[in-house]
Write a protein that binds this ligand. Structure first.
Ligand code: ADP
Ligand code: MG
Ligand code: MG
Length: 908
């Protein structure tokens, strides 16, 4: 396998590996591609990313093949450029650039002008006819190389430069003369010698190999590792190295350098967009040393700027550049992000890549390009990253509103939230119960805070990263979250909070921007998301190609309505326990849990029945005949227990028993490992009356809503007493899907199904109505997956509860994984956080087995997924592959799931 590919000049560009990003990296592959279609690219070569991986594996040794291939490739560059590397009279200079498969901050910065030394600098001066330019190039090179390759502090060089300027009374770098620069080079070399105890390398080959080594090593730098983890980039990709003949944008007034996009990356508008600078090199445009000029006349005029645009100042080079833009867009069929240099009037292309864009621009470009005929509808659908839509799916801060920014943390869950500061979950719940909007601020959150997180508009934590409990749970709930805001300190005793230098009390209002991590004082107005315009168009297109249905995980009417607005086709998971926490009900729930016997429990359950029923009435009404899967009580009972003495007294009063007795009972419920304890269907097995009450609430509600619809349809006629009411036109019949959680055996499901069926029969008799309904189960234990064939004898549907299935298959508790999971992802043990993206090869196997065995027993078995993974595009692609009928995601993820499901179907 070749280790080095040449491009430009006489290089043949027909080797597909040279244009394969996985081999030559993004930058290298596109340089080869551009050279191949005849664009002016300075000649060069690319060392493959495979070599980087090999080098790192072999402990930092270059292979003999690589040494030989580089030597050969250098000859190609020398021949094409007509200059020789290291030759004194007319030296070839090169840039050394890193280039991974995807562009990655954290990788080595580019070194320009490599090949300069005390001899070649004179040659450069002679051939360019510009002494100053030559010495300036040399001093820039020493500074860059020392910083990037030799690891010296670039401040040392800045300081020396400042002193020379001060001594001479200069203000700008441009005032430095050739003599000044020559003296500066001597000083720079001295700095290197002092710092390293050896001279700056004069041997150009040593310079080159040093730079190559630095690029390879940068793949394992801390910065790169952090970036990889945050962006799910596997550690085994490696980076390629590009070595390319230098062209100079700093050879006077007919030279220039610039960056450009073929369309506006912020809005998506079809207009060239870019910046350039006359007589400048490399990063000058983005470095902010000089103010760059606009590329086009239109942009300059719109901005009211006076410095001429490239279109005006260099019309010929600009015309050539514009032609290149069009060619590149047609070639890549996508918006390109381009770097170019003009050397004495001649245009050179230094980079092209598919341009990053905002979600808004991505939608506009996809729809526009399809309309222009540049791409087809399915390409447009495939073009938009479903996850990017997240940006558009939360209420966002009004961009025109003023912001009083207090500090910053990690943008853990997008969206904006304003509310009163509350410092614990119970306060969050009680304040929100009385109608306040609250923002929960914690050092970090734990599972015990869930009810508070649910009650809060947003969550702010002082500690924890992007995959902390707060971040994961908040994203799942669609709550905006800023995590790891180190400037936040909480005084829980005083009930106060410091953000940066400012102090706040519980009850003061703050605003969070979960998309940027900003924390602001007071309330900043927001705007609601909508699926209008290009977004709506793309969603319509996506729905045409989608096979799987998309449902939502929701139980409150507000969430249900939101999900429907976003296109949800039903509820995949309504968690009844969320309703248990609500304000007044928690008292009855506690009474039920702490009751000594069935009679005591039944008494409390009777209080809960009307509450639950009205919840379900609301859900069925809001969902208007769309399928609704309702899960019976799942969490361990102790989660609902009272905490404070006050709460214990309240419950004791209501139940008419002593506080001590209650506390003893509460202690009995304590569990060492609640995740594997008395929860899920085990509650239904031990206390069937709980599930019986819930089933009754569901069926009574279903009857009520159905009868109301039927009456509505007949214009309010009296009940006909018919056994099966006709559904109203336009509204489907209410068909409840009752879901039993945490089933591991057929027998469990059989027993509980009996409870549900009997309850249904009783309710239908009472109401004089018969309705269709389904009873099914979650598949969230490995045993359930393996025994799916038997379980399907009882179950009419399976819903994969992949949160618990992941926990139980991996033997990893989601809530306790923060301490090691990041390291696991870092070391590549897991490619991604398995709670965010399904572990397809492990957990996925169980899903596949269960789907297969379940359907073998019952071919019409309905299959869906309702874990956090139902909103994750990679996991959705897997669901398509195993033939699930639907995915269910949190309301704000519904559009993401619709698009991801369409993409999965298209990719086949
Ligand atoms: P990045 O990945 O940070 O964009 P690049 O490798 O593209 O880094 O290079 C940094 C800057 O140096 C860019 O402005 C690029 O155009 C310029 N540059 C790179 N190689 C050359 C070269 N051979 N001749 C002139 N300029 C170059
Ligand atoms: Mg850079
Ligand atoms: Mg670049």
């Amino acid at each position: 396998m070749k280790t080095v590919y040449t491009f430009g000049g006489g290089a043949t560009h027909d080797d597909a590996r040279a244009r394969d990003k996985t081999v030559t990296g993004g930058k290298g592959a596109n340089l080869a591609e551009m050279a191949g279609i005849g664009l002016p690219v300075p000649p060069g070569f690319t060392i493959t990313a495979e070599e980087c991986v090999r080098y790192l594996r072999d402990g930092g040794d270059f292979s003999p093949e690589l040494r030989e291939a580089v030597t050969e490739a250098l000859v190609h560059v020398e021949r094409t450029a007509g200059k020789t590397f290291g030759e004194a009279s007319d030296p070839l200079l090169v840039s050394v650039r890193s280039g991974a498969r995807v562009s990655m901050p954290g990788m080595m910065d580019t070194v320009l002008n490599l090949g300069l030394n005390d001899e070649t600098v004179a040659g450069l001066a002679a051939t360019s006819g510009d002494e100053r330019f030559a010495w300036d190039s040399y001093r820039r090179f020493i500074q860059m190389y020392s910083d990037v390759v030799l690891g010296l502090d670039h401040g040392l060089f800045e300081e020396a430069l400042e002193i020379v300027k001060e001594d001479n009374g200069y203000f700008n770098d441009t005032e430095l003369t050739a003599e000044n620069l020559q003296a500066l080079v001597a000083q720079y070399k001295q700095i290197v010698a002092d710092e390293l105890g050896r001279d700056f390398p004069q041997d150009v080959h040593e310079q080159l190999w040093g730079a190559i080594r630095a690029v390879f090593d940068s793949w394992d730098s801390d910065r790169a590792k952090v970036y990889r983890r945050l962006n799910d980039i596997p550690a085994d990709w490696g980076t390629a190295v590009n070595v390319q003949a230098m062209v100079f944008g700093n050879m006077g007034e007919t030279s220039a350098t610039g960056v450009a996009f073929t369309r506006d990356p912020a809005t998506g508008e079809k207009a060239y967009y870019g910046e350039w600078l006359v007589n400048a090199q490399g990063e000058d445009v983005v470095a902010g040393i000089r103010t760059p000029q606009y590329l086009t006349r239109a942009a300059r005029e719109r901005a009211g700027a006076s410095a001429p645009s490239m279109e005006e100042a260099m019309p010929e080079a600009y015309a050539e550049l514009a032609a290149v833009f069009d060619l590149l867009e047609k070639h890549y069929k996508d918006m390109q992000d381009i770097e170019f240099t003009v050397e004495r009037g001649k245009l050179w292309m230094l980079q092209t890549r598919t341009g990053k864009r905002t979600a808004k621009a991505a939608l506009k470009m996809a729809v526009d390009m399809a309309d222009e005929g540049l791409i087809d509808e399915t390409t447009a659908i495939l073009r938009v990253d479903p996850m990017a839509l997240d940006q558009l799916l939360h209420p966002t801060l009004d961009p025109d509103a003023p912001r009083d920014v207090l500090g910053k943390g990690l943008p853990a869950s997008p969206g904006a939230a304003s509310g009163k500061i509350v410092l614990d979950a119970d306060t969050a719940e009680s304040w929100s119960g009385r109608g306040d909007k609250v923002v929960l601020v914690r050092v970090e959150t734990s599972p015990e805070d869930i009810h508070g997180m649910h009650a809060a508009q947003g969550i702010l934590t002082a500690r924890g990263g992007m995959t902390s409990h707060a971040a994961v749970v908040a994203r799942g709930m669609g709550r905006p979250c800023v995590s790891g805001a180190s400037g936040v300190s909480i005084d829980i005793k005083a009930r106060t909070l410091k953000i940066g230098a400012r102090e706040f009390a519980e009850g003061d209002v703050i605003t969070l921007d979960g998309a940027t991590g900003e924390i602001m004082a007071g309330e900043v107005p927001t705007i609601q998301p909508e699926l209008a315009g290009d977004f709506g168009t793309l969603m319509e297109w996506a729905d045409k190609y989608r096979r799987m249905k998309v449902r939502t995980n929701a139980e409150t009417p507000a969430d249900c309505r939101m999900a429907r607005r976003f296109g949800a086709e039903g509820i995949g998971l309504a968690r009844t326990e969320h309703m248990f926490f609500d304000g007044a009900r928690i008292g009855a729930v506690r009474q039920m849990i702490l009751a000594d016997d069935e009679a005591g429990r039944r008494k409390a359950l009777e209080r809960l029945l009307p509450e639950q029923r009205s919840d379900f009435v609301e859900i069925f009404t809001t969902m208007a005949g769309l399928p609704c899967t309702i899960r019976l009580l799942d969490p361990p009972l102790h989660e609902f227990l009272p905490h404070s003495d006050e709460e214990f007294e309240e419950v004791a009063d209501a139940a008419g028993i002593g506080v001590d007795h209650l506390k003893r009972r509460a202690a009995e419920l304590h569990e060492f490992n609640p995740m594997l304890g008395h929860r899920g269907c085990r509650l239904g097995i031990t206390y069937p009356e709980i599930y019986e009450m819930q089933a009754r609430a569901i069926f009574e509600a279903a009857c009520e809503v159905t009868l109301r619809q039927a009456q509505g349809a007949r214009g309010g006629d009296e009940e006909s007493g018919s056994a099966r009411p006709e559904p109203v036109e336009g509204l489907g019949a209410v068909v409840p899907e009752v879901m039993i959680p945490l089933v591991g055996t057929r027998k469990e499901l059989a027993l509980l199904k009996q409870v549900v069926d009997e309850t249904a029969r009783t309710v239908f008799e009472e109401k004089g109505v018969t309705l269709d309904y389904l009873v099914g189960t979650m598949i969230e234990l490995p045993r359930a997956a393996l025994m799916a064939g038997a379980i399907a004898e009882e179950a009419m549907f399976f819903s994969f509860g992949t949160n618990d299935l992941t926990q139980t298959t991996l033997g990893v508790s989601r809530d306790d994984s923060a301490n090691f999971l990041a390291v696991y992802v870092d070391k590549g043990i897991y490619a991604r956080d398995p709670f965010v993206s399904l572990d397809i090869e492990g957990v996925g196997q169980l899903v596949e087995i269960a789907a297969e065995r379940g359907r073998a027993t019952r071919p019409e078995l309905k299959l869906g997924i309702c874990g956090e993974h139902g909103g994750d595009p990679a996991s959705i692609a897997f669901c398509e592959k195993v033939g699930l009928d639907y995915v269910s995601a949190s309301p704000y993820r519904v559009p993401i799931a619709r698009l991801a499901a369409a993409q999965a179907a298209l990719r086949g």
